[in-house]
Design a protein around this ligand. Sequence first.
Ligand code: NAD
Length: 267
Amino acid sequence: MDRLKGQAALVTGASSGIGKATAIALAREGAKVVVNHPVAVTAKDADAVVNEINNDGGTAIALQADVSKENEVQAMFAEMVKQFGTIDVLVNNAGLQRDAAFKDMTLEQWKFVLDVNLTGQFLCAREAVREFLRRGFQPYSKSLGKIICMSSVHEVIPWAGHVNYAASKGGVMLFMKSIAQELAPMKIRVNSIGPGAIKTPINRSAWESPEALKSLLTLIPYERVGEPSDIGNAAVWLASDESEYVTGTTLFVDGGMTLYPGFATGG
Ligand code: NAD
């Protein structure tokens, strides 16, 4: 349980859902964790995650920053370096949806999703890389730094009614691969996780009622909805030296959703 001992990790959007589970999973492996949250009203939930980690014998702090705002991201990284000395693992998890039929989608809905889901990943990754390069190699990891981008099965599966979201995750895919290519010679590893349907607040309507759940399960060959800890476990592996030779790839954690289950019979 010490695969990340001595390392400092930042998880964006960690006051709920996948980010929360990932922060807890990284802390259980010995990482000191920054639990990022966007605004004052999310502070209570972030503090609860911090308390859970600290009560479990780990180390965590909460830092507020909207990942789409350059000044707030830079201030968060400066505070993290002040408190934890550096960053070794960045989990670019913050993300949201603003759904609309394409003909009705406003420029505001389009920009809001792209700003948080894609530009937010750029701003945080750039600060992390600057700090990896400043800090240099440490004995506790073979890589100079690790970045994990929370993507989605919708980086490859088109999603009607969610064009802004799908475009943001498609963007995350080539953002991740391009920086992985550029940074591999520096021994910085960049990968994505592509969750399928995971039980969190973002998609409550898709699993809360028995009818919605039944319809959702037709899309999942493994026949269960994912749990946030399924993603936390994958993030630990991608952050640890066990995956040292893995960079520039998306690990789909989706119960087979990307296997085109509609083709299981006929097709
Ligand atoms: P969630 O709504 O619980 O988590 C999203 C988090 O992002 C929230 O804690 C929210 O406060 C935070 N956030 C939103 N805007 C932010 C900003 N500007 N700055 C910082 N934080 C911000 O939902 P989740 O399912 O846990 O989503 C986490 C990530 O996983 C997202 O990127 C989402 O697209 C991705 N994802 C989720 C699923 C799923 O089925 N739940 C599937 C595929 C991908």
